[in-house]
Design a protein around this ligand. Structure first.
Ligand code: NI
Length: 441
């Protein structure tokens, strides 16, 4: 497990891997009316696997959208996170953890999928076990997982056998780890049942695909697919020494970008720098971990780096310890990478309560919402950015969308033509108070 992974995920820790050339797709809302965040990896070569993972993530989103009533405060959060958990030889694997709306507390589902490095096939975990031997294997799993079910709550399997096999991962020795979704072995939502079947015992149950996966994991061979050459992004030019702007006198505005760093962050930082403008980037810890050099370069170019939590959970739904971890772990990593203080918080979805306010950070909201995550259209994003902008405004955008990157040069040019200085949030607001909520200067 990487330092920084949530210690609150249910079940045993499944190590996530850093693999050359992996990119992450993200879909997120930024509104208390719709609270969803999905992120999943695309692994070079393994196109069949990447497609299957994307399809599973999209199915979660479609279900959420069908059940969420727009215009009402959403009563539940969808949070889907995919991690690469295997990439050896000709095999790659992705584990998708989904916190889905279900009852008062929601439920956590795990699914692990595998595929080959040439992109010709993908399988879900149950397919790693020979079909004719599934029932017998599930019996073994159920018996082993019983010890992790709260005493007296064990009911036996409450679903179809393959449902107990949705999350199969392998230790370097070839043991099979099975994590079973909450509610399948008991009515309780306490704890997550899991078990480990030793390699010697598990081998007899594996399908051909299952054998191929175990063999690759045990080989520890470097992942086979050649990473496609990423086009080199020129490093953002330094914004340059500019005379300090006194925002009490000058017309100042702050452009802010959430949910990065990602594929478009540097292009946006470049455009800002070229125009002598500065931006503020509210970044996610897990994305900073995936793109550390982007954080370093954007910070070195003079843009402000601040925190948007580790992995975009709705903080108002979390207990205090998790809120603290979400905010502090991201800020710590962003400080290390950027060399900046990282002292401000933008809570995901703009969602907060008194515990969030007590976390010790000034809270930065916005007064101009481009809704770029929803419209994904440069012209609409631009129109919304400019329509209600006024001196002191904080404009909300997202650097994970190409449409927002495309909108940026035009927005900057038009604001400058109106006589605005484009400054960071810290320049706009000056001295700030922890726990206080700021929507504009
Ligand atoms: Ni966000």
């Amino acid at each position: 497990m990487f330092a920084g992974d949530s210690p609150f995920n249910a079940g045993p820790a499944v190590p996530s891997m850093s693999v050359e050339g992996v990119t992450y797709e993200q879909v997120s809302a930024e509104s208390t009316q719709e609270t969803y965040y999905l992120r999943w990896p695309q692994i070079p070569g393994a196109s069949a696997l990447s497609k299957a993972v994307e399809k599973m993530a999209n199915t979660h989103l479609e279900t959420y959208r069908a059940e969420n009533v727009p215009g009402e405060d959403s009563t539940a959060e969808l949070h889907v996170n995919g991690e690469v958990i295997a990439a050896f030889g000709q095999i790659a694997g992705v584990r998708l953890t989904a916190a889905v709306p279900q009852g008062a507390k929601g439920a956590i589902n795990h699914a692990t999928l595998y595929g080959d490095a040439k992109g010709s096939w993908s399988v879900t975990s149950p397919e790693l076990i020979e079909k004719s031997k599934q029932a017998e294997f599930v019996k073994l799993v159920t018996e082993g997982a019983k010890k992790n079910v709260p005493q007296g709550a064990f009911t036996g399997l409450r679903g179809k056998p393959e449902e107990a096999l949705s999350d199969l991962t392998f230790t370097p020795e070839g043991n099979v780890r099975v994590v079973i979704d909450q509610g399948l072995l008991s009515a309780s939502t306490e704890g997550t049942p899991w078990t480990e079947i030793p390699a010697a015992q598990a081998t007899a149950f594996l399908s051909e695909r299952g054998k191929a996966v175990v063999e690759a994991v045990r080989s520890k061979a470097p992942y086979g697919a050649q990473a496609p050459k990423q086009p080199e992004q020129p490093a953002p030019a330094p914004a340059g020494k500019q005379p300090a702007v006194d925002c009490k006198k000058a017309k100042c505005i702050a452009l802010t970008y959430d949910d990065g760093p990602g594929a478009h962050t540097e292009a946006i930082a470049n455009e800002l720098s070229k125009a002598g403008a500065k931006g503020t980037f509210f970044m996610l810890g897990q994305s900073a971990r995936a793109h550390p050099d982007v954080v370093r370069r954007v910070a070195a170019a003079g843009h402000e780096i601040e925190g948007h939590t580790w992995d975009h959970r709705d903080l108002a739904r979390l207990p205090k310890a998790k809120i603290t971890w979400e905010i502090d772990s991201a800020a710590k990593l962003l400080r290390e990478l950027s060399g900046q203080p990282v002292k401000l918080l933008r809570p995901p979805y703009g969602s907060m309560n008194n515990l969030v306010k007590a976390a010790g950070y000034p809270i930065i909201m916005w007064d101009v919402d481009t809704m770029d995550w929803k419209n994904r259209n440069p012209a609409t994003t631009t129109q919304k950015a400019l329509a209600t902008a006024k001196p002191g405004s904080i404009i909300l955008m997202h650097d994970i969308h190409q449409s927002s990157a495309k909108a940026t040069p035009g927005i900057v040019a038009k604001l400058k033509a109106q006589g605005y200085s484009l400054v960071t949030v810290s320049e706009l607001l000056g001295e700030m108070t922890p726990g206080k909520v700021y929507t504009r200067g």
